[in-house]
Design a protein around this ligand. Structure first.
Ligand code: GLN
Length: 484
């Protein structure tokens, strides 16, 4: 096995025993990026020199006897997460040459833990999308089939993990953007509870649902990363001061007697038969392992997409207002007066999807329509949240497919925004309700990975990690690799 193919768990054991060094591990990842990223296009910026310096520093810490799960482990961060001194573009022309002036809290925590930042990964511009085609710098390709999308918006991160360019990657999930690409690329994607991991230093999309989290090769690794990045942050008032458990401790617990809800609404119309079959097989496996599967109804779930696509553009229209051609990034040279600076910089700097969302959001928030759209959407959002919370009171977790189909072809949905939005049908509920959710590989359809989703109670990531880990110990879907 090549070093870049190791999981975090395997690599950190080898590092601790002195069998390998972080510099060797980092070089193996950088070599893999050079070898295949011309085809996949997962990375927007590779920080080779900085990575090797960080790896050397990690090796020195290890030599002094320091231990740590992420010490010396190379990773890639989505390019909407600020990294001090390193270009951070959000895959937008408006920030093409933007150098971040400080580290996001989660990056700071990873630095302190000794993880090594290799590169910044491609995404849909400002994380608006489900395919990574909305990047100003071109799409990322799915390692399982280069003609297909990797999912989005953390598509670069998922493709990088799936093709072993790194040991793990960071993504952000606003309405599925960690889980969707994890499912399309056959890796693990964990969206923590809203507020579990700090948003400070993330480029805000929808502040009321944004949350950063890991994309990894195994569930075990997702627990290791979450343990490091989670926790209260004085710079983000939505991170409560609750205890951060070690997310590795309870992975091995038996599933005997656990109650897992299976919502009828998530297995009906629009779900591809192969995906349905794979998730049903996974459900059988969980039953074999001792869990009790309980049929449930979530009648409000059908409003997830319409509610999400009112609230999200509304918050986006406000969050993107700061890109005015003066304070950040691109400023149009054609502008002759103040009004033109705004209009031309934004007009030339933002791509079509960002503009679409700014317009939709401005409309939904405008005086005459606020009550009819935004306020109404917030009311239904509360219903969706209450429904999920009340079902979860009786359950340990809920199981659903992650995506209605495997990865689609590049170009297939890009001219039909509505079709693209419908891809989020199973993932928006947990986002609107702020609940933790994980996507885990559970099969293939014609060579393309399929993912299942487990949704947990607020701040109970431990439970979904426990269930997902037991599933992985008894299946080998996550061990399959794309041939590239
Ligand atoms: N597909 C969703 C959207 O386009 C998810 C985005 C996200 O989670 N960042 O809004």
């Amino acid at each position: 096995m090549k070093l870049n193919e190791l999981t975090i768990k395997q690599a950190s054991e080898k590092l601790a025993k002195g069998e390998i060094t972080s510099v060797e591990l980092t070089k193996a990842c950088l070599a893999r990026i050079k070898e295949i990223d011309g085809k996949i296009k997962a990375c927007l910026t590779v920080c080779e020199k900085e990575a090797l310096d960080e790896a050397k520093a990690a090796d020195e810490r290890i030599a002094k006897g320091e231990k740590g799960n992420l010490l010396g482990i190379p990773y890639i961060a989505k390019d909407n997460i600020l990294t001090k001194g390193i270009r951070t573009t959000a895959a937008s022309k408006i920030l093409e040459n933007y150098i971040a002036p400080f580290d996001a809290t989660i990056i700071k925590k990873l630095k302190e833990a000794g993880a090594v930042l290799l590169a910044k990964s491609n995404l849909d511009e400002f994380a608006h999308g489900a395919s990574t085609e909305n990047s100003a710098f071109g799409p990322t390709h799915n390692p399982w089939d280069l003609e297909r999308v990797p999912g989005g918006s953390s598509g670069g991160s998922a493709a990088a993990v799936a093709s072993d360019m790194c040991l793990f990657a960071l993504g952000t999930d606003t309405g599925g953007s960690i889980r969707c690409p994890a499912s399309f690329c056959g890796v693990v994607g964990l969206k923590p509870t809203y507020g579990r991991s700090s948003r400070f230093g993330l480029m805000a999309m929808t502040s009321s649902t944004d949350v950063p989290g890991p994309l990894t090769k195994t569930v075990e690794d997702a627990g290791l990363v979450l343990s490091t990045i989670a926790g209260n942050d004085k710079n983000d008032a939505t991170t409560p001061d609750v205890e951060v458990p070690s997310f590795s401790e309870n992975l091995e617990k038996s599933l005997k007697g656990l109650k897992i809800g299976c919502p009828e609404e998530y297995f009906g119309q629009g779900l591809e038969p192969e995906v349905k079959k794979a998730v049903e097989e996974a459900i059988k496996k969980l039953e074999e392992l001792g869990a009790k599967i309980i049929p449930i109804r979530l009648p409000y779930s059908k409003y997830g997409i319409p509610v999400y696509y009112i609230i999200t553009p509304s918050e986006i229209s406000s969050n993107l207002a700061k890109f005015d051609g003066i304070r950040f990034g691109f400023s149009s040279e054609e502008a002759k007066d103040l009004q033109e600076i705004y209009a031309k910089s934004r007009g030339q700097g933002f791509g079509p999807e960002a503009k679409r969302r700014i317009m939709l959001g401005t409309y939904a928030l405008s005086a005459g329509y606020y009550d009819a759209y935004y306020l109404q959407a917030q009311k239904v959002r509360t219903k969706i949240k209450e429904e999920l919370d009340s079902e979860l009171e009786k359950l340990d977790a809920i199981i659903t497919p992650t995506q209605p189909s495997p990865a689609f072809r590049i170009g297939e949905c890009s001219n039909d925004p509505l079709k693209m939005y419908l891809e989020d049908i199973f993932v928006t509920g947990a986002s609107l309700a702020g609940l933790p959710a994980i996507s885990v590989p559970c099969g293939f359809s014609e060579g393309l990975p399929i993912g299942m989703q487990l949704i947990g109670k607020r701040f109970d990531e431990e439970m979904i990690l426990n269930i997902a880990h037991n599933y992985q110990k008894n299946t080998d879907w996550h061990l399959q690799k794309p041939k590239i």
